[in-house]
Design a protein around this ligand. Structure first.
Ligand SMILES: Cc1cc2nc3c(=O)[nH]c(=O)nc-3n(C[C@H](O)[C@H](O)[C@H](O)COP(=O)(O)O)c2cc1C
Length: 246
């Protein structure tokens, strides 16, 4: 592996939100988890647990719980500041180009809060520092999963709404997950039924700073607002393009 291979891989890894129903071989799932378990974690506490969800009746239940948030989310979107442009006007997951419902496998990544006891005292007894280390560790494992999926020609999507309070407790109850476990995020996994579009990236020049910095070296409030407008309009345009009738 050299730099160019790595860059190719990180470019290849994209969120793909429409899946063929074809099953994912067990060896591929094992390979994805193998890569994830090598992820760096704070003080090597490896707080992760992976729940592989293949049974359709369980996946359907999860979709149902997540959809509960979708309705709330749409209402909340209607309160967004006018300067950000067009509000999010999607009708539902399936017609939004963000359809994880047909993915044949979900992998729920959990964090085991009991690993907090093994962290240095200065982390263990600070809620803020604990959250930072715990969540960063889980993020690393999750990113490794997405990269591994990309190398196997698989599509993957974050389904972060599994962490809403409602979905959190319902999914834990559904799957018999103990209370100490915190759902970090869920990956929808399968073979891609669509190709990702272009990606709107910030310029490198505006985000890299050397040595002594001052406020003027960073984006102004107006710059950030402008970026938010452009990035939202790009993303919503991309989703709308993918929302073709099947
Ligand atoms: C922490 C985090 C949470 C995300 N949650 C969701 C999600 O709930 N649903 C979704 O479709 N994409 C989600 N994404 C994917 C982002 O929208 C996506 O990474 C971003 O638009 C860039 O596109 P790319 O992944 O194709 O590079 C999430 C990404 C991250 C890093």
């Amino acid at each position: 592996m050299d730099y160019d291979n790595l860059l190719d891989l990180v470019k290849k890894r994209r969120s793909i939100r429409r899946f063929k129903p074809d099953p994912v071989p067990d060896e591929h799932i094992d390979k994805i988890i193998e890569v994830a378990r090598w992820a760096p974690s704070g003080f090597n506490m490896q707080p992760w647990e992976f729940v592989v969800i293949r049974k359709p009746e369980l996946r359907n239940k999860i979709v149902e719980y997540v959809m509960t948030y979708w309705d709330q989310g749409k209402l909340m979107e209607s309160t967004r500041e006018a300067w950000q442009g067009r509000p999010w006007r999607l009708k539902g997951v399936v017609d939004s180009g963000m359809d994880y419902t047909t993915a044949p496998v979900y992998i729920l990544l959990l964090g085991d809060k009991r690993t907090r006891d093994g962290l240095p005292m200065g982390v263990r007894y600070s809620e803020e520092r604990f959250q930072l280390i715990f969540m960063s560790s889980l993020a690393n494992a999750f990113m490794h999963m997405h990269l591994a999926a990309a190398t196997l020609g698989l599509a993957s999507q974050w389904v972060s709404a599994v962490t809403t309070p409602f979905a959190h407790c319902m999914i834990k109850d559904l799957l018999g997950i103990p209370n100490e476990m915190v759902p970090y995020d869920m990956m929808a996994l399968g073979y891609p039924a669509t190709k990702p579009g272009g990606k709107y990236l910030r310029d490198k020049g505006e985000m890299v700073h050397f040595d002594d910095c001052s406020t003027g070296d960073f984006r102004s409030d107006a710059d950030v607002r402008d970026f938010i407008k452009r990035a939202r309009s790009w993303t919503m345009g991309a989703h709308q393009k993918k929302a073709d009738p099947r």
